[in-house]
Design a protein around this ligand. Structure first.
Ligand SMILES: Cc1ncc(COP(=O)(O)O)c(C=O)c1O
Length: 363
């Protein structure tokens, strides 16, 4: 969709990246560490300073003591953390339960490792998990269950009841939980992010995955991390060793130094909540129906009052004929389910949103 947006000079609300500058403080830190000569390979699991800084933040945020030496692995973005965890634990024939619409790397990562993805649907309109259905789809071959909160593409969030059901099922069937929490700090409406790290029994069998790209407006730096108990981390490091070996040294050192500043991620949730509200205020009164969004920087809009054409066709028309690019939600479904929904990324400057809103209101 980004390519189509560029070809038609359309406003690009499709791909999920922010167009806000990275804090100059951290840019200066990267520069400083490069100039000081920190330009060679980092230790395979990540620089000790960054792992220590992450452990401190996890302690403060989720009240969980994580050993930085044995429990945190720095990866090339969350994508690598997800892949390394799947490659470590999913063996040929193992089944992995995941929920559609799903982030696009999950299914191929499972299949590349010989696993069998078991796609269940989140239930509209709130995109909730049907835990009874999950229970009925677990077999002796089920190895892993993947969750994502706050959720891309829907903006749905898991609640305490979800975490309890997840924990019960994972314990009963001895499953590994792979929890994609890259939007942990982009959550709205006074809701608290439910991390697997917050639940001791769940944390003991989970890999939680995070991304600095989302938290520091720096998706192009591709630095993320996996948090897991020592025994699981040990296995993840075996795959990470042969996927990337180690991640960019000066950026890791800069992130570690930056995380010592208390304000480093404060206000991120309210910053994006204001963006969401700005976008929605503009859309209110248009022909689009607004879907609930409690986190992430994506908003789904239902266009069924305008037309009932399939999502891909609608997204293409919106881009080529009207000049606003979005993503058809059907591409996040294994079976291409079509619910007349488009995903819009609101991590954009206000004037970009204004221009998109003016077009969308005319439809
Ligand atoms: C749900 C989800 N998981 C993982 C990622 C990948 O994160 P990274 O860019 O750190 O690899 C993204 C990026 O859009 C995402 O939305």
């Amino acid at each position: 969709m980004s390519k189509m947006a560029a070809e038609h000079n359309a406003i690009n609300l499709s791909q999920g990246f922010p167009d806000f500058p990275v804090d100059p403080v951290i840019i200066d830190l990267v520069h400083r560490f490069m100039k000081e000569g920190h330009n060679q390979y980092a230790p395979m699991p990540g620089t000790p300073a960054l792992r220590q800084a992450i452990a401190e933040v996890i302690g403060l945020t989720y009240n969980r003591a994580v050993d930085p030496d044995t429990g945190i692995t720095i990866t090339a973005g969350a994508t690598e953390a997800l892949y390394a965890a799947i490659a470590a634990f999913v063996h040929p024939g193992d089944e992995v339960i995941l929920f559609d619409p799903a982030y696009d790397s999950y299914d191929p990562a499972i299949r590349l490792n010989g696993g069998v993805p078991v796609h269940l649907h989140l239930k509209l309109p709130d995109f909730q998990i049907d835990w009874d259905e999950v229970g009925s789809r677990i077999t002796p071959r089920t190895r892993m269950i993947m969750v994502n909160t706050p959720h891309n593409p829907t903006g749905a969030v898991l609640k305490t009841e979800d975490m309890i059901r997840l924990q019960q099922l994972a314990e009963r069937h001895d499953l590994i939980v792979l929890s994609d929490e890259v939007y942990e700090r982009i959550i709205f409406d006074g809701i608290k992010h439910e991390s697997v790290l917050h639940y001791p029994a769940l944390a003991s069998r989970s890999v939680a995955v995070f991304s600095f790209g989302k938290t520091f407006h720096a998706t192009g730096w591709k630095v993320g991390y996996a948090v897991a108990p020592a025994a699981l981390s040990q296995e993840i490091r075996k795959t990470h060793q042969f996927i990337t070996f180690a991640v960019n040294t000066p950026v890791q050192l800069a992130l570690a130094a930056y995380m010592k500043t208390p304000q480093h991620f404060q206000g991120l949730g309210s910053f994006y909540e204001a963006k969401r509200n700005y976008f929605l205020n503009g859309i209110k009164g248009s022909s689009f129906r607004i879907m609930p969004c409690h986190g992430s920087y994506f908003q789904l809009l239902d266009y069924s009052n305008i037309t009932r054409i399939p999502e891909k066709e609608m997204a293409a028309r919106l881009t080529c004929e009207h000049g606003v690019a979005s993503i058809p939600v059907s591409v996040f479904y294994q079976d291409g389910s079509n619910n007349h929904l488009l995903r819009f990324c609101f991590a954009k400057q206000e004037n970009t949103l204004d221009n998109a809103i003016a077009i969308l209101r005319k439809l």
